[in-house]
Design a protein around this ligand. Structure first.
Ligand code: GDP
Length: 201
């Protein structure tokens, strides 16, 4: 898919105020610093569409970007930032779960995982939550340019083995790098293929 237009539409903290539209949308979520903003900018081929945040955990907003006037890319706040208080974590959980449980046009959540790290409980628990609620998701492994091919392969195998302890199959996943563009076509083509199947009522 070619990105012809990508524009910021709205930021807000309430799912009820998200764009009133039936266009399909795709959410991007992960731990703070996982490389989400860089990935969004890489996918859309825009330098600063998503702001790389200097203050992780502070931008607790749902950001809608309209792509090619036909689908929304949704940038959700990063989770798991250690310095956020317990109350802030609870508020965050409520607001994210409200988004996922109410936003019917959200066709796939892309859960970003830093390819350099071993499986983290917070990501596994989040995917468990998505699975239990029947919310479709894929995994995007980020920053793969930072690993040598052998180390990357080892980490991916390790992640898959961990997932298979609780899942019957490995969810669809993508291997990406915002530095060199790896995985860009695959992610965009995947979104395109879902868009083709999606017919608004
Ligand atoms: P966010 O907090 O999840 O939005 O993460 P950012 O996109 O702000 O990235 C966090 C840090 O990781 C920044 O210093 C980025 O330059 C770096 N980074 C993000 N993606 C990549 C990547 O694919 N390759 C490399 N080498 N660095 C990356």
């Amino acid at each position: 898919m070619k990105i012809k237009t990508a524009e910021f539409v709205i930021s807000n903290s309430e799912v009820s105020k998200c764009p009133d539209s039936r266009l399909p949308e795709y959410a991007f979520i992960g731990r703070s610093n996982v490389g989400k903003s860089s990935l969004i900018n890489m996918l859309t081929d825009r330098k600063n569409l998503a702001k790389t945040s200097g203050r992780p955990g502070k931008t607790q907003l749902i950001n809608h970007f309209l792509i090619n006037a036909s689908w929304y890319l949704v940038d959700l706040p990063g989770y798991g930032y250690a310095r956020v208080s317990k109350t802030a974590k609870k508020t965050f959980q409520k607001f994210i779960t409200a988004y996922f449980e109410k936003r019917e046009q959200m066709l796939c959540a892309f859960v970003l995982i830093d390819s350099r790290h071993s499986p983290q409980a917070i990501d596994l628990e989040f995917m468990q939550y998505l699975g239990e609620h029947g919310i479709p998701f894929c995994i995007i492994f980020t920053k793969t340019d930072k690993l040598k091919p052998k180390a990357l392969e080892r980490n991916l195998n390790n992640y898959q083995a961990k997932m298979l302890e609780t899942w019957t199959e490995m969810p669809q996943y993508f291997v990406t790098s915002s530095s060199n563009g790896t995985g860009r076509d695959e992610v965009l083509d995947y979104i395109d293929s879902i868009n083709q199947q999606f017919k608004p009522e």
